[in-house]
Design a protein around this ligand. Sequence first.
Ligand code: A1D88
Length: 281
Amino acid sequence: MDYTRIACDQPADGVARITLTRADKANAQDKAMLYQLDHALAAAARDDDVRCIVLAAEGEHFSSGHDLRDGSSLADFDPVTLWAGFEEPGQAGQLASEHEMYLGLCRRWRDLPKPVVVQVQGKCMAGGLMLVWPFDIVIASEDARFSDPTVAFGVNGVEYFAHVWELGHRKARELLFTGGEFTAEDCRAIGMVNHVVPRGELEAFTLNMAARIARRPLIGLRLAKLACNQSLDVQGYSTALQTAMGWQHVGHANARLVHGMPVDPAGADTIRREAKEGTRE
Ligand SMILES: C/C=C/C(=O)SCCNC(=O)CCNC(=O)[C@H](O)C(C)(C)COP(=O)(O)OP(=O)(O)OC[C@H]1O[C@@H](n2cnc3c(N)ncnc32)[C@H](O)[C@@H]1OP(=O)(O)O
């Protein structure tokens, strides 16, 4: 696969790094980016010399979420799930598409049999959280800002609805209801972020941790990751996310009925304005 949205390197022994390279679009995630990322993650998972993976992003912002101008067709990409019917009318096609490219990809990434460390700077908005929460360790720079403002679109939140698990239910409600931003330090204090470092130290700190992890035996890392994931699953993590995806599509279907499109069109302006103002009480 030719990579146009990501770059890959091996900055330390046993470490594969994947970097989002769409800084000119605030690393908005179009389908090309998602499937290139999936391809690179799968390659790193299969590479016997890799024991830890780093996900990074070039530019000012980690990711502004889904690309709101993506005109590409899912038919041009290889599905990772058995869902089909992406072009079906009504809500069916959109449900199939989003089950495939959001929930399906994120579940696959969460199950990667190697640790993934994510480094986050600047804005990490809505779909941006999809590139953080399925993974294992999060290092944020002091300027990182996390938000899910998508209630403005008339939906419950981003498709990978891990908010309650990641933030605790009170702070999850606050993030969703206000559409505001949580700082890196806010997120560290509630356990969503492992470490907060100055922007200039983000890359080195992340790499140092990844290299440290990569010196440990892969079988132990793999089993520890499985045990962590399954500890969440027995508490209902995966089922809760699946259920929330259903509510998300009630929101999309409602917007279709009310506005003739799958989201409230006023939402995009609200989100952009509030993000620039940095809304936070
Ligand atoms: C369930 C839904 C889930 C979702 O994820 S929906 C997406 C939610 N996210 C948004 O709505 C983000 C909207 N974008 C913004 O608020 C701002 O951007 C930022 C705060 C992220 C960055 O602001 P600044 O640093 O001033 O950059 P800039 O000039 O606004 O953006 C740079 C270029 O990036 C494009 N861009 C930014 N975000 C997106 C996006 N999400 N989808 C498509 N394009 C995006 C812009 O348009 C522009 O491009 P050009 O220079 O060609 O005008």
